[in-house]
Design a protein around this ligand. Structure first.
Ligand SMILES: Cc1cc2nc3c(=O)[nH]c(=O)nc-3n(C[C@H](O)[C@H](O)[C@H](O)COP(=O)(O)OP(=O)(O)OC[C@H]3O[C@@H](n4cnc5c(N)ncnc54)[C@H](O)[C@@H]3O)c2cc1C
Length: 526
């Protein structure tokens, strides 16, 4: 065992490797996960921030620390934007629709926007820590949920546990490969010895028997569980590859990749009590600077600053400031009068946003847990629902809300075109094919169609590779005194981390300009 002194002496010889080792040994305090050390003072310069979503509030929070005077104009009566959890009394207006108000029980909620925080979204986690928002693990992958293929093949309308499909697929694929390699039909250009190693790996991966055949294993679960005495347990017969293929279980609707993409690899987190707790924590710090119900209708660069026109309950007003940060989602900004450059204007008008929708269904009891042993995770289906999300909180409690659909693109457009009642009916009709308990246990619903939701008009920005080089770049630069921020100004689209990273990025750029220093985010302070 080295003493501290001996360690430091030795470590001095290997400076580069010593620092992490010293942190690991508790000899140095670790640097903050996400340093943001800006020098200098904003000296009360006035910054007008448009939108009190996470990007707008995080920008105000950081600028406040640097001595700027910020005002946030927010069109809605609530702050948080897309970081929104639906509770009793939450309401929404969609284009061409009525006001829709949630009638959930007190204490019940679902996340209409963000529900998952990947472990590598360090800045989101950093703010949870700094703003004291408790987090808990989010269970995204659950082998006990279902795949439900409606109207296709021999497995049509049969709910199949995810573990059955995953392990049968893994087994059959491994068997095919192992046979091919063994019989010399697949030439991977390997030595005999290495080929044998691969075959052994495939046997382990697929659960193959000694003859390299897949015959099902306990990995796919039991049709009769093991128990006491002579209750050995019975494993079901595997589904054939043909049956799975003909039933659409190999189609994109059921691709497994969504569960092992980088963003969705565990560990995932969520804010305890609803993701809107993160927005609420920012609001607690900057709420006094927000003018709610203030809908911006014009943004103009003027000679020495910016002038913004907005409308509130009292009528039309205008405000001037030295600088402006605009976080208004682009499809909304596209309908706002401005005098930006033609490149910025083209970008604002052209960038397409995802169509997406969710419905929360409140049930009298958590039958998915009580009857079916499903605690969190997602059921996938090829019908309009696309996904059913089971809550990853309040397990074993009385009532619960599950997300009856979370869909995208054409399916979201079709669902969004329905009335609120028709959406509820669709969720119940299709959902009860999977969970017949729906009919008996259902109480009330609330749906959000993000592409029809005023002040958003879309889920998140979608860029092609080419647009990243043209449109996106046009907005990365400030237009006169106006800086653009929000999830759309990052490569982290559809993530809160995008909103937060973009806020820091424009704060660094704006502060550089005001103080005449050079800060380049995110390489600050490291
Ligand atoms: C369905 C869905 C699922 C998601 N899932 C996740 C997830 O699991 N994890 C995750 O990290 N992120 C997720 N996200 C992404 C995350 O919610 C967003 O990236 C983030 O909240 C965007 O913040 P923002 O500040 O950029 O934009 P917004 O939150 O949209 O803020 C913009 C603000 O501008 C206001 N505004 C608009 N027009 C005007 C106007 N004319 N005048 C004044 N104010 C105006 C709006 O009211 C709003 O408050 C999801 C989003 C959606 C929609």
């Amino acid at each position: 065992m080295l003493t501290r002194r001996e360690f430091l002496q030795k470590a001095g010889n290997y400076t580069l490797g010593a620092y992490p080792a010293m942190i690991a040994m508790g000899m140095l305090p670790a640097a903050p996960a996400h340093p943001f050390r800006l020098e200098g003072d904003g000296n009360g310069k006035e910054v007008l921030i448009l939108g009190a979503g996470l990007a707008g509030m995080a920008a105000a929070y950081e600028l406040g620390k640097l001595g700027y005077q910020c005002t946030i104009l927010e069109a809605r009566e609530r702050a948080g934007g897309r970081c929104w959890s639906i509770r009793k009394g939450s309401s929404n207006v969609e284009t061409g629709g009525q006001v829709h108000t949630a009638a959930f029980d007190e204490g019940q909620y679902f996340n209409a926007g963000p529900s998952r925080i990947p472990h590598h979204h360090a800045l989101t986690l950093h703010y949870c820590k700094e703003l004291k928002v408790p987090i808990q693990v989010y269970n995204n992958v659950n082998e006990n949920t279902y795949y439900f293929s409606e109207g296709k093949g021999p497995l049509s309308n049969k709910k199949v546990r995810v573990r059955e499909v995953h392990n049968d697929m893994r087994g059959w694929m491994a068997e095919l490969l192992a046979k091919g390699m063994d019989g010399g039909k697949i030439d991977a250009g390997m030595s005999k010895e290495d080929t044998l190693k691969v075959i052994e790996y495939l046997r382990a991966e697929g659960g193959l028997d000694i003859d390299k055949l897949y015959k099902a294993s306990a990995r796919r679960g039991y049709i009769d569980s093991p128990g006491p005495g002579d209750k050995e347990g019975k494993i079901g017969d595997p589904m054939t590859l043909v049956a799975m293929a003909e039933s659409g279980l190999l189609d994109p609707d059921f691709y497994n990749v969504a569960e092992y993409t980088y963003e969705l690899q565990g560990t995932l987190f969520q804010a305890v009590g609803g993701m809107d707790r993160i927005a609420a924590a920012f609001e607690q710090r900057v709420g006094g600077q927000i003018r709610r119900g203030a809908e911006v209708s014009a943004i103009h660069n003027v000679e020495k600053g910016v002038k913004v026109v907005y409308k509130d309950a009292e009528g039309e007003k205008s405000m001037a400031a030295d600088l402006c940060i605009c976080t208004i989602p682009l499809p909304v900004l596209s309908n706002i009068d401005h005098n930006f450059s033609s490149d910025a204007s083209r970008a604002i008008d052209s960038i397409v946003y995802m169509s997406t929708g969710k419905i929360g269904l409140q049930f009298k009891r958590r039958f998915w847990e009580e009857d079916e042993g499903i605690y969190g995770g997602i059921t996938h289906t090829n019908n309009q629902l696309t996904q059913i999300f089971y809550p990853s909180y309040d397990y074993l409690s009385g009532k619960g809300i599950l997300i009856g659909y979370y869909n995208f693109n054409e399916k979201a457009v079709a669902t969004g075109n329905l009335s609120y009642d028709e959406r509820e009916q669709l969720a119940l009709d299709k959902g009860s094919l999977i969970h017949p308990q729906y009919r008996q246990e259902f109480e009330t619903s609330f749906s959000v169609s993000w592409h029809k939701t005023k002040y958003n008009l879309g889920g998140w920005a979608l860029y092609s590779q080419e647009e990243r080089q043209t449109l996106y770049k046009a907005l990365l630069q400030p237009d006169g005194q106006v800086y653009f921020a929000g999830e759309h100004m990052t490569y982290l689209n559809a993530w809160m981390a995008g909103a937060l990273e973009s806020a820091r990025s424009v704060v660094a750029a704006l502060h550089s300009r005001v103080t005449g220093q050079r800060f380049s985010y995110p390489s600050l302070g490291s």
